[in-house]
Write a protein that binds this ligand. Sequence first.
Ligand SMILES: *Cc1c(COP(=O)(O)O)cnc(C)c1O
Length: 381
Amino acid sequence: MIGSRQQHDAALPPGTTGVIRIDLDRLAANWRVLAALGRPAECAAVVKADAYGLGAIRCIPALATAGCGTFFVARLEEAIEVRALAPDAVIYVLDGLLPGAEHVYSRIRARPVLSSLEEVLAFAAFGRATGSRPAAALHICSGLNRLGLPETDVLTLSQEPGRLAQIDLQLIMSHLASADAGDDPRNAQQLATFQSLRSKLPVAPASLAASDGMMLGPAYYCDLTRPGYALYGGQPSGSLRTPVDPVVTVHARVLQVRDIAVGASVGYSGIWTAARPSRIATIAAGYADGIPRSGSAPNGCENGAVAFSGILAPVVGRVSMDLITIDVTDLEPETCQPGDWAELIGPTITLEEAGRRAGTIGYEILTRLSRRFYRMYSGGG
Ligand SMILES: *Cc1c(COP(=O)(O)O)cnc(C)c1O
């Protein structure tokens, strides 16, 4: 158990002040649970943003070994990395086709998620020019109004099917706007829109649900589910528990503990002033590590916090680039000493709680944890 003063982890390089622990067996188990939940639909894994900041280089082989054969990324660069790690996998790139990128898709055998008539035209032209029928997905918009073909463009394709003739259409997908709210009527509306638009296109497997969409029930599974956040132990739904376990803990070291008098202020601009004699722990994690500055206190709402031996202690003063300051006055002195580890994410502070305390969501907390944290992996064969 991390937190005791004498704890010294021989696996950490000397001088390490922040560590992210990633349990690859849990990651694989979460994929298996979600795959079983969605069956007979296939379960892909969304591994964009370096597997949500946890390290694609370790997470992708663990997911592939668990049986995952389809990966989604956002950027073409990310697809190049996935291909090197999963030689046989199907890879989709959500950004779609940018001009001149056709040859890269062909070289790494990845599939663009085509999002406009222009992209369809360009990819079909590439097929004709190379005497091939390249594989792709088609993203249709069912209400999110972010990416994807609007209804008028879907109708164009249905009236002029020749536009798709040179493309090997492997997937038709859309994305839900409000799936984190299980009772939002817009979910059923989007599902109906998706099914109706899809029926106008050539027959191809369909995909609609990300992590939260999977909690809306079998109607949303279609042929392929696309969870990301839940694989990494996140709870995406505001109302329903996703049957996954945490994968990640984050700890940072206490550098100093000091006693301050009533009226003394802490940190930049002195926004927090001690109303009682206080003990302040200075921790080696700041906004350059991905700790949101919005967790500073006071900030008009709930402030950031860390935990020692399962007990919460609040951030006081500004979150700075490399450091946060914590009010540990109410803790037993022996639970927080220089060299000890503060829990930033773990059994006491979930990703969701850390997000809420900074006025954001667990997704942002997870994906912004910076390279300054040492990443330590367990499991994964
Ligand atoms: C990021 C993303 C996903 C995965 O979402 P999670 O909420 O992390 O499961 C699925 N589909 C699309 C289009 C995405 O952008």
